[in-house]
Design a protein around this ligand. Structure first.
Ligand SMILES: Cc1ncc(C[n+]2csc(CCOP(=O)(O)OP(=O)(O)O)c2C)c(N)n1
Ligand SMILES: [Mg+2]
Length: 819
């Protein structure tokens, strides 16, 4: 059913003027006396102490990076340290009133935000909760060295635990939050609401909206804060994340009981610099980052610029904005003005700014000014502040020392396989929550379910081939698997471009619109980075999601989200998080150069992704079932050439019931003994046609194997076949240079060297752009190309006249010409 948002010509052609409201800039002007009712004296001390802790934590890092020593401890820290000295008040203000269930996502410069959020959570959690977290987190691996000989309170223990975990993480120790696999730029600690910090500028901008989506869809308490820098507002994915967050549908089409707009606050830690480039006055034109909100929605994202050198101004803003988010009126944008007195990194010579400017900000240092305000107000005695300072500086120093101690805080050895062990979580999770999955109808009444019921699931029927209209096809296989999991896992959602009313650009979801409420199936903006980023955030928070890219050619638009985010957070978390995300990517044909490229090789190359490409209904259903039962990111390629192909191989047909196909197993589609042909993607059907000709014209029996999965991949069935035949041709529809098959060919050469009659031969598409539909036969491998290649390079076929050039000379000529 269409959603009935009527676009009326009379209305849209009416003359009017778009009005903008004023955006507050530094509106906060309360005195301490006026704020007295909102804070206890202890609160003020805590705010001060948190700022001091961050300053000390980072001063230590600065000193060891620049001088190699701090207070008698010598240490060489090889990795990065992007310090936020000067930005403490902004970090503490941001975190102070956030609850543990409020989650923050951040950037490369997030030490301060991490510490502030951790301290805030420690204050709010009970001793029992803290002990439980410390003891259970990695079975107490971080706690053990910290608790040795410590006799203080649980809260003090937790503080030391937290500082130690952070330092250990920065120093790549096993005792770090993420076993040292996150490091300075990526450290996080989910139990305190601290989620991944991103070394890709603006990376959190597209991920955090997915986390907020998770909160909404699953009715979880809390908000999401994306702490990103001012320069990140030049990043496309940040704009896409904002667009994704501000969609009208949350408030106008979704069930209002869910709570309305996404509970997300984009917090710009505006220090006026990128590394050396200046968004203010040089590399951007908005002047005030808060102005961005005006272009996003009528509420202008409730944007404000606030004084990030005054922790109370920041706390005030966060308290007010949190209420707006609770009321379902998100997203929110804060332009939190701050300044990094430290360099971008310790090697920064500050060539892009004057000494005078730095000195001016040092004079305005919030640590000094807040202390002066507190002392002058008489609310807190100077001695209390001094004692608080000594206590926290001692704790930070002690934990630094402990983290540098290799005996207490070991690194994994270089021989260790730890990284390999955490690349994939390889779990099976039926569902991520016990709620009843939401549907709008009884699935027995669903039109698509009924239509599929009438289809024929076997290769033949009554001894005859099944007509296309009646055949259970690849599209149906994917649909059934997705519906199956949607009916089990209440957290599971699906989104992408044209996913809902259209039913997916290629109709895979047709029928789901009537079955699922909006929040389980919705149209995303044309924001590929926003789509994959949101799926990553949703997965990180513990929800299952299927998102879709309409064409493989659009992967570049979501490059970072696929290559650095989807793929890496499981391992960068040191195995703490899972990523139950299936990214469906349709591979086109007939639509020319920018809509017809198989880019599987790009993701095959990226560590941390499972990459599959089933091309039969049986495989599509079984592999989607397996992908959706797992906890790893799976890039699931689908070919538009064969969406409506019926089953041609599985004699028993495609089962109506549930089954899984392990995501590593090649499938022998036709048995043979003279030669092995391995395919990936729809080239299977090209190979079958070629094998038919080899049999009928030359009496040769070819074994045809569909790789199905590029990673992980069990080589055994391939090796067994090649050992038997001694000859192997590998073919796919991707351009030949650097395709997945080149890797497999290299591996088979090594694995089967003694059994091979000659080197494996790879046939792919030409190393060209994909030409027009009418000319595709000159580009994609044809059955004749496979025969030509076999004749020229594997096994001369008697009396055969090749029609294309597949010789080694031709291969060399093309390589030299770069085509
Ligand atoms: C996508 C990307 N481009 C460039 C960089 C290199 N880089 C690291 S930090 C940085 C500046 C970021 O400035 P901003 O977002 O304002 O954050 P800040 O460093 O000021 O905290 C740059 C360009 C990167 N890490 N990621
Ligand atoms: Mg900046």
């Amino acid at each position: 059913m269409p959603k009935s948002i009527i676009i009326e010509p009379e209305k849209v052609f009416t003359s009017e003027t778009i009005q903008f409201a004023g955006i507050p800039v530094n509106a906060y002007n309360k005195t301490l006396a006026e704020e007295r009712a909102n804070y206890s004296a202890d609160d003020f001390v805590a705010i001060w102490q948190d700022m001091i802790a961050i300053r000390e934590f980072e001063t230590v890092l600065n000193e060891i990076k620049t001088k190699g020593t701090y207070k008698g401890v010598t240490y060489n820290h090889a990795g990065p340290a992007h310090l936020s000295i000067g930005q403490e008040a902004a970090a503490v203000g941001m975190a102070f009133s956030l609850a543990p269930e409020d989650h923050i996502y951040g950037s490369h410069r997030s030490h301060g935000e991490i510490l502030a959020k951790g301290f805030s959570a420690i204050r709010q959690l009970s001793d029992k909760q803290l002990l439980e977290i410390m003891k259970s987190y990695r079975d107490g691996a971080i706690l053990r060295p910290v608790e040795q000989g410590f006799t203080g309170s649980v809260k003090d223990l937790a503080l030391r635990f937290f500082v130690y975990g952070a330092y250990s993480e920065i120093f790549a120790r096993e005792t770090g939050f993420n076993r040292g696999l996150g490091g300075s730029m990526h450290a996080f600690f989910a139990p305190f609401g601290i989620y991944p910090n991103n070394a890709i500028v603006g990376g959190s901008g597209s991920i955090a909206p997915g986390a907020a989506l998770f909160k909404r869809v699953n009715r979880k308490p809390g908000i999401i804060v994306a702490n990103i820098g001012d320069a990140s507002f030049g990043c496309g994915p940040v704009w896409e994340g904002i667009t994704f967050s501000a969609m009208d549908q949350y408030r106008h089409l979704w069930d209002q009981a869910l709570g309305g707009g996404l509970p997300i606050l984009f917090n710009c830690m505006n220090n006026f610099y990128g590394m050396g480039g200046q968004p203010f006055g040089e590399t951007m034109g908005v002047q005030f980052i808060a102005r961005v909100g005006a272009g996003v929605n009528p509420e202008q994202m409730h944007a404000e610029r606030i004084n990030g050198y005054d922790p109370l101004a920041v706390i005030d803003a966060f308290r007010r904005k949190k209420q707006i988010l609770r009321d379902g009126k998100g997203p929110v944008l804060l332009d939190t003005v701050t300044y990094r007195i430290s360099g971008h990194s310790p090697s920064d010579a500050s060539s892009y700014r004057s000494k005078e400017e730095i000195e001016r900000w040092q004079q305005a240092d919030s640590l000094k000014s807040f202390r002066t305000r507190l002392a002058e107000s008489g609310i807190v005695a100077g001695k209390t502040l001094d004692d608080a300072r000594t206590a926290i500086e001692t704790a930070v120093f002690d934990m630094f020392k402990l983290a540098t101690d290799l005996a207490a805080s070991p690194r994994v050895t270089v021989q260790s396989e730890l990284v390999g062990e955490v690349m994939f979580s390889n779990q099976r999770v039926e569902k991520f929550d016990d709620r009843k999955p939401e549907f709008l109808q009884d699935l027995k009444d669903n039109s698509r379910v009924q239509q599929i019921r009438g289809k024929i699931r076997t290769p033949t029927h009554d001894g005859k081939p099944v007509p296309k209209m009646k055949a259970y096809n690849v599209r149906d296989g994917i649909f059934e698997a997705i519906l199956h999991r949607l009916a089990i896992d209440p957290t599971m959602i699906a989104f992408g471009e044209e996913n809902r009313d259209w039913g997916g650009a290629f109709a895979v979801y047709r029928g789901l619109t009537e079955a699922l409420p909006y929040h389980r199936l919705f149209n995303a903006p044309i924001s590929e980075a926003g789509i994959v980023g949101a799926a990553v955030g949703y997965g990180l928070e513990g929800g299952r999601v299927v998102c879709e890219l309409m064409y493989a050619d659009f992967m570049g638009r979501a490059g970072d989200e696929i290559f650095n985010q989807l793929s890496k957070w499981q391992s960068m978390s040191g195995g703490q998080l899972t990523m139950p995300v299936v990214l469906r990517i349709s591979v086109g044909a007939k639509y020319g150069a920018q809509h017809s490229q198989d880019f599987a090789a790009l993701v095959h190359h990226v560590p941390g992704l499972k990459v599959v490409y089933p091309v039969t209904p049986y495989d599509a259903k079984g592999m989607m079932n397996a992908a959706l039962a797992g906890t790893d990111p799976v890039v699931f390629f689908e070919s538009q050439k064969i969406y409506d192909f019926g089953e041609m191989f599985a004699e028993e047909g495609v089962p109506e019931g549930y089954y899984e196909i392990e995501l590593s197993e090649p499938s022998v589609k036709r048995k043979g003994s003279d030669l092995t042909i391995i395919t990936f993607g729809p080239t299977l059907y090209t190979a079958i046609a070629a094998a038919d000709q080899l049999q009928s014209k030359f009496g040769l029996s070819a074994e045809v194997i569909d790789l199905r999965s590029a990673n992980p991949l069990n080589h055994d069935p391939l090796v067994q076949s090649v050992r038997k035949t001694g000859k192997v041709l590998l073919a796919c529809d991707a351009v030949e240079r650097g395709c997945v098959m080149q890797t497999i060919a290299t591996q088979l050469t090594q694995l089967c060297f003694d059994d091979l009659d000659g080197p494996p031969v790879v046939v792919g598409s030409r190393n060209w752009i994909t030409p027009a539909a009418e000319l595709e036969a000159m580009f994609f491998p044809q059955p004749s190309w496979l025969l030509d290649a076999i004749h020229e390079r594997i096994l001369p076929l008697k009396g055969y006249e090749p029609t294309t050039k597949q010789s080694l000379e031709e291969m060399a000529r093309r390589a030299k010409a770069g085509i």
